[in-house]
Design a protein around this ligand. Sequence first.
Ligand code: PAF
Length: 286
Amino acid sequence: MLEFTEIEPCRRAVLEAKGTGLRVGLVPTMGALHDGHMALVHAARKLCGRVAVTIFVNPTQFAPGEDYRQYPRTLEADRAKCREAGVDILFTPDVQTMYPEAPQTMVHVAGLCDGLCGPLRPGHFDGVATVVMKLFQILPADVAVFGEKDYQQLAVIRRMVRDLNVPIEIIGHPTVREPDGLALSSRNAYLSPSQRVQARSLSEALFAAADRVRRGEVECARIQQAVRKHILAAGPADIEYVEVVDATTLERLTVVDRPARICLAVRIGGTRLIDNVPVDPPGVVG
Ligand code: PAF
């Protein structure tokens, strides 16, 4: 595995790999790698002859007061996982390398950031879009793989790539879950044992809601209400939102009349968790 902390040698390594005719797959991460990340690596491996992973806890996507300092940093363990998974290129820059001066250019994807997590995490998606765009310049890969757990992030990146003609294919990978359904997330490490038990109510509520839709429920207000009720029955939680949105535009729906996503953000204790599931209008095979 080739490892880089500097931009130019990393770019050269990617270009050299492409020069030999191999496709390069990129998996951008903030580290604290878990099986969800490794599934993205394996997906990239299936599609490409070379796989590159980036690990960078990006300060510009954390709003003031969020968990930037506290965010788990486990570089040694992450490196071992990458090596074991056969990653070819690992890029682990520091903040000074990525942002030698405060950026005056930021990428803002309008519209898609207006709902869901957007208003609750001001500037978050600008920080994500900007750092991902920088990573696409530093590692000019053919394919980039992102998890569907961060569904709004995936939609924002897809749109950015389309609007700005970035020559990279974006692949969304289904959410990887614990055996009890909890979506894998680096932030699950913040949960106490009892909060961890409570947290499974999120996926349970989403799966039950998807089942209701399969059985004919199309009224979003009723679907959202059932999800809230299920989560609150499991214990005290601060539900930031439960929304049914268009699967592509993320426009809020009142009726499930097209491919959609039920998305939620919930705080259990101090830990903010997000999750989502796909739903299709009843009668449509997804
Ligand atoms: O999903 C993440 O881990 C981050 O938001 C990303 C895409 C690596 C950008 O920092």
